[in-house]
Ligand binder design. Structure first.
Ligand code: TYD
Length: 221
């Protein structure tokens, strides 16, 4: 099974991911945690370019194609082999990030991005996508304080330096995607305390593993 975690900065998805991994491993499943950008060897080089605060001269289309290159490499060298080996693969961000950030956030055409994504993922669309949703001002506040703690300085990442307006647009983009792909997406209220968010995420993944698709009545389109 292939699961992706999506959401704006500070939605807590990376902490939830570790807790979910622990739960799945304790219940006897083999799990591979990965992320974008930077889930493969080549991808780690691309990640440096993409997230460097100095990359101010990176054009919109170049940024897009670097994310897509990262994804294509990630799929063929990491995700597909692990899924084929029977592992549960969970990726912190994937194709929907491109539509939310480069599409809704930066103004590129979401439909066109969907076809680019189709090429990059080459059939490896997630079985399940969890959208960790919360207001942009709450998420950004968390992300900035985390950066200051971890890096012990007041610099922000390239995307965290974007305006609140940008992150609100990205959030709306994610909600639009979730409404368009109701079969694949589940929305988790990420403004709850971490334990509650983790419990919701585990319940959704367990239901999917048990083959319970009762919530997914609407067709994907
Ligand atoms: P990261 O430090 O991994 O942030 P987070 O903890 O929020 O996941 O940085 C990833 C950044 O890259 C994030 O700001 C979103 C952005 N991004 C895109 O703009 N497009 C994409 O296709 C992907 C995968 C990520």
């Amino acid at each position: 099974m292939f699961v992706t975690f999506e959401g704006i900065e500070g939605s807590g998805k990376s902490s939830v991911l570790r807790a979910v991994q622990k739960h799945l491993e304790e219940t006897g499943r083999e799990v591979l945690l990965t992320r974008e950008p930077g889930g493969s060897r080549i991808g780690r080089e691309l990640r440096k370019l993409l997230l460097d605060i100095e990359s101010t001269d990176l054009t919109g289309p170049s940024e897009l194609f670097l994310y897509l290159a990262d994804r294509a490499q990630h799929v063929s060298t990491v995700i597909r082999p692990a899924v084929e080996a029977g592992k549960i693969v969970i990726s912190d961000r994937y194709a929907d990030s491109t539509v939310a950030y480069q599409g809704y956030g930066r103004g590129l055409d979401p439909k066109q991005l969907h076809s680019f994504n189709d090429v990059a993922v080459s059939g490896m669309w997630p079985d399940l996508t969890l959208l960790f949703d919360l207001p942009a001002e709450v998420g950004l506040g968390r992300a900035v304080s985390r950066n200051m703690q971890e890096q012990k300085c007041d610099t922000e990442g390239r995307f965290e330096a974007e305006s609140l307006n940008f992150h609100n647009t990205v959030r709306e983009g994610y909600l639009t995607l979730a409404a368009l792909h109701r079969k694949r997406f589940r929305i988790v209220d990420a403004s709850q305390p971490l334990e509650a968010v983790v419990a919701d995420a585990i319940a959704i993944i367990e239901a999917k593993l048990a083959g319970d698709d009762s919530e997914a009545e609407a067709p994907d389109f």
